[in-house]
Design a protein around this ligand. Structure first.
Ligand code: GDP
Ligand code: MG
Length: 426
């Protein structure tokens, strides 16, 4: 663990006294990094709560000890997310098991099937490949399988399974997929194949670069077939594999292998600890970003107070004239009433946030940049303890405006300090 952990934790280590503030600061940094990396907001806020609970169980008055406790808590908590506390079905050599692979088109299912077969072949198993229908198993992978002498059956899945069972194969791997115009038809086919072949294990294959969509996608699969394990593919690419956290949370199933390349032997047994170490390393490289973006020290809290004043005073035109022309949905041509309504909605959004959320809006900024704008903000997150019924799109609008005001302010700050701004902006 030493050396693999963050700058944020280092900062904490440099602090002479570790009080709640230092701990919070550190947790906030990590939270922000996780959110930027597309981990689901709910997961992150739960994690933060858990870490605080673990840490509070210890007496933090003693010297170096408490740093270790906090470091360990963060590491442990990330490992916990990846541990569904339940192992997947393990096939037994010599006894026929049917393993079905599911996942979106292009996620790497067919490749993973072949790799999984080859991995077991090398360990003395008798694997065979079955395709749920013509076309799912492309020629390229068929060649791969043929080259390493793994038999392949590409017509009707249930026939293939029957045949290989009769021929004493002990690992019958069923690939699904092919081209589907509608997601519904993909799920329908998957469901039918599962009904027909009665798999002992269904493996959900997920591309590591999927990001914020990981949770919903994994959940959708889990709802239509009983997923029992996860394989994360393309870990050799730019992706951080953070989606694995969401996939495990959504399917309550363990990650069993990761794909690390296009080649048949670029396949590794999943190991939680090195994975989390790597994840933390990468997460921490994001940690410094936001400060640079938001110079001028304008907190959302200040903006909130300002908006309230604006609403009272009805001096919107005056404020707008201060903003850069392209600014956030708001232009001078807009009808005053419309603008007023927009400001009101911003105030509502901010009303639903904690004070801490208002002060530290910056992480949320990065989170929202990557997420669907039409999502209604959940009330169970720590930034938004009360439901506002607002959509991310509105918060985005608000943040755009915030950013512009912050920019103007920091420019003015250079020229003549904050005093250069008109009173209505303060
Ligand atoms: P399917 O549609 O889910 O069956 O996906 P395929 O198995 O056909 O894979 C889609 C593409 O991703 C192919 O070009 C594969 O070679 C590639 N691919 C699959 N797994 C990996 C991996 O772990 N690393 C890399 N770099 N490419 C992969
Ligand atoms: Mg395929």
């Amino acid at each position: 663990l030493d050396g693999s952990i963050s700058r944020a934790i280092q900062q904490m280590s440099n602090a002479t006294i570790i009080d709640d503030n230092v701990l919070n600061e550190c947790l906030n940094e990590i939270t922000r990094a996780l959110l930027q990396s597309d981990v689901q907001l709910k997961l992150v806020s739960d994690m933060q709560t858990n870490i605080k609970r673990i840490v509070s169980l210890h007496d933090l008055t003693g010297g170096h000890n408490k740093r270790r406790i906090i470091q360990q808590a963060i590491f442990t908590e990330l490992c916990q997310i990846l541990d569904p506390r339940k192992s997947s079905f393990t096939p037994k050599k010599g006894k026929a098991s049917v393993i079905m692979f599911v996942g979106l088109q292009g996620s790497g299912k067919t490749t993973a099937c072949t790799k999984y077969a080859y991995y077991h072949l090398k360990k003395g198993w008798k694997p065979a490949l079955v395709s749920s229908r013509a076309g799912a198993f492309d020629q390229l992978k068929q060649n791969d399988a043929t080259r390493v002498k793994i038999p392949f059956y590409g017509r009707i899945a249930v026939e293939g399974v029957k045949r290989f069972k009769k021929e004493n194969y002990d690992l019958i791997i069923v690939d699904t997929g092919g081209h589907h115009k509608q997601e519904a038809s993909l799920f329908e086919e998957m469901h039918q194949v599962a009904e027909a072949t009665r798999p002992d294990l269904v493996i959900f294959v997920m591309d590591s670069s999927i990001g914020q969509a990981a949770f919903d996608q994994a959940q959708a699969f889990k709802q239509s077939v009983s997923v029992g394990a996860v394989i994360i593919t393309k870990m050799d690419g730019h992706a951080k594999g953070v989606g694995a956290l969401s996939a495990v949370a959504a399917t309550k199933s363990p990650v069993i292998f990761i794909g690390t390349g296009e080649h048949i032997d670029e396949f590794e047994v999943f190991d939680v600890k090195p994975f989390v170490s790597r994840l933390l390393d990468i997460l921490m490289s994001f940690v410094q970003l936001p400060q640079k973006l938001f110079e001028g020290n304008l907190t959302l809290r200040m903006m909130y107070e300002k908006f309230q004043k604006i609403l009272k005073r009805d001096s919107i035109g005056q404020v707008l004239s201060m903003l850069p022309p392209k600014s956030a949905e708001l232009t001078l041509n807009d009808h005053e009433k419309e603008i007023q309504a927009k400001f009101k909605s911003y105030v509502t959004v901010m009303d639903s946030m904690t004070d801490e959320g208002k002060q530290k809006m910056l992480y949320i900024w990065f989170y929202f940049l990557n997420s669907a704008r039409e999502i209604t903000i959940e009330s169970n997150s720590f930034f938004f303890p009360r439901a506002s019924g607002r959509r991310v799109r509105e918060v985005m609008g608000m943040l755009e405006l915030y950013k512009d005001i912050a920019k103007v302010r920091s420019k003015l700050g250079e020229m003549g300090g904050i005093g250069a701004l008109p009173r209505s902006m303060m």
